[in-house]
Design a protein around this ligand. Structure first.
Ligand SMILES: C[S@@+](CC[C@H](N)C(=O)[O-])C[C@H]1O[C@@H](n2cnc3c(N)ncnc32)[C@H](O)[C@@H]1O
Length: 445
């Protein structure tokens, strides 16, 4: 892997930003008018859509052109304030746009880590990655629909947890107890270069399936609301169950602060979640009559390699999360839930048809629907409405909307009527929640 010249794609209206970027030493790929289409270039080639100017300082542009099989004499002179350009068009131009747009998408995803996620190590690494086209392109090889930052971080962490010896390990508290301080990015970059093949293989074959047990602390008050409304035990179906750990939420113990505790006090899975609102959520533990998970690729926690992948998806500097995960894995190994392999869009109607009729059917998901395309999200809504036409249904979701707060939401379909409630806002990994629904709170003493 070689350090590359920074390239960036600019839309037609962004000409000023494109020129500034090129003058500062970058290669600006600027979309031009498509009305050149069909005409001939000065070299006599037919120019097809899209039509781009690749703009840069001449030496930079020559270097870029050499890397792309373009000759220096094809460069158009510096008409505009010190920068020259190549005219490029057709398939070559489209491939360039696709590559750079993907890079931007990936860059934005890593930038989310900087803005939102609380891992100092991944924050430091993300800072290096957002400015590094080589690593952005590597992460961009993640399948569409998968979060590239989580997948690349997961792949590297997995290889280190497997014992691959490298100086990078010294920065990972999950693999090394005496952690090295300082700048981990050069070692990360070197690791990616040395193990590019293994990383690409993991990006192609593994999925972001983080099974975050503490999300149960956010889901539990939602289940409690459903059971109180329906006055019946629950028939649970989880969309995107991963290893099914949140299906076992009633086997865990919870501490919400200020003496608000619930669940099984003997449980080895002890979840702390602080309530950051005046309103205290309802914490009555519902009875579960039946439970079923659905996942495209269920994680079998009896398989040590799959369990290791789950661990690898937890940030290396958040030991409390991996401890919780390990405790929940041990519990689940002795209390397995049924998880059907398949696309929830296909499986849900069948799952609803076999759920006991005397229980309240609650279809829930956490951090899953963001992996659906907009078209799949519409189909999911239609599938749920189809089920709601046959029986009462409670749809509980705690979902990620990148760049926004995450909410716990309930859509109740009772007797053919739909009601939507926003119950809480909460931390991605269940560290805290704010209860928002004054009509449904912990009963007073
Ligand atoms: C990020 S994980 C979240 C797991 C779990 N719900 C949690 O919050 O800990 C998302 C899961 O959804 C699954 N998934 C994605 N699309 C799916 C689909 N169309 N049908 C079923 N499962 C799906 C993935 O395989 C993955 O295991």
């Amino acid at each position: 892997m070689a350090w590359e010249i920074e390239e960036r794609y600019f839309e037609r209206r962004e000409i000023k930003a494109a020129l500034d970027f090129a003058r500062a030493g970058g290669i600006a790929v600027h979309r031009n008018f498509d009305n050149y289409a069909g005409t001939r270039s000065p070299r006599g080639m037919r120019m097809d859509r899209p039509f781009l100017h690749v703009i840069g300082l001449r030496p930079r542009l020559e270097q870029w052109g050499r890397g792309h099989g373009l000759r220096p004499e094809w460069i158009q002179p510096e008409k505009r304030r010190g920068v020259a350009h190549y005219d490029v068009f057709g398939e070559f131009a489209q491939r360039l746009i696709d590559r750079l747009q993907r890079r931007e998408e990936v860059r934005r995803h890593f930038a989310l880590f900087l803005a939102r996620f609380e891992s100092p190590l991944y924050g430091q690494l993300a800072q290096g990655i957002v400015a590094d086209p080589t690593i952005l392109d590597l992460a961009g090889r993640a399948p569409r629909g998968q979060p590239p930052a989580n997948l690349l971080f997961g792949a590297v962490h997995y290889l280190l947890l497997k014992g691959l010896g490298h100086p990078l390990a010294a920065y990972y508290p999950s693999v090394n107890t005496s952690v090295l301080r300082g700048e981990p990015y050069p070692a990360f970059r070197e690791f990616c270069a040395e193990h590019e093949g293994r990383i690409l293989d993991l990006l192609a074959t593994r999925r972001v399936q983080t099974n975050d047990v503490a999300r149960s602390a956010v889901l539990l008050p939602g289940f409690s609301v459903v059971a109180a409304r329906a006055e019946r035990p629950l028939a649970l179906v989880e969309i995107g169950a991963s290893a099914g750990l949140n299906l076992l939420f009633d086997r865990y113990s919870y501490d919400y602060g200020n003496g608000n505790v619930c669940g099984d006090p003997e449980s080895k899975v002890r979840i702390e979640c602080s309530v950051r609102s005046e309103l205290v959520p309802p914490l009555e533990m519902p009875r579960v009559a039946w439970r079923l998970g659905i996942d495209l690729k269920p994680v079998d926690i009896r398989d040590t390699d799959q369990a290791l992948w789950l661990r690898a998806l937890v940030w290396p500097d958040q030991p409390w999360r991996s401890e919780l995960l390990l405790a929940a894995i041990r519990l689940a190994q002795a209390n397995r839930s049924e998880i059907i392999q398949g696309d929830a869009l296909e499986v849900l109607p069948r799952a609803a048809a076999i759920a006991p009729v005397d229980a309240a059917l609650c279809i829930f998901s956490s951090y899953t629907v963001y992996q659906f395309s907009p078209e799949q999200q519409d189909r999911l809504a239609a599938v749920l409405e189809g089920i709601a036409a046959t029986r009462d249904l409670y749809r509980l979701s705690f979902e990620w909307h990148p760049g926004e707060e995450s909410y716990l939401e309930l859509a109740s379909f009772e007797g053919g009527r739909r009601e939507d409630l926003r119950l809480a806002s909460a931390h991605d990994h269940g560290r805290w929640l704010k209860w928002l629904d004054p009509a449904r709170v912990l009963p007073g003493p």
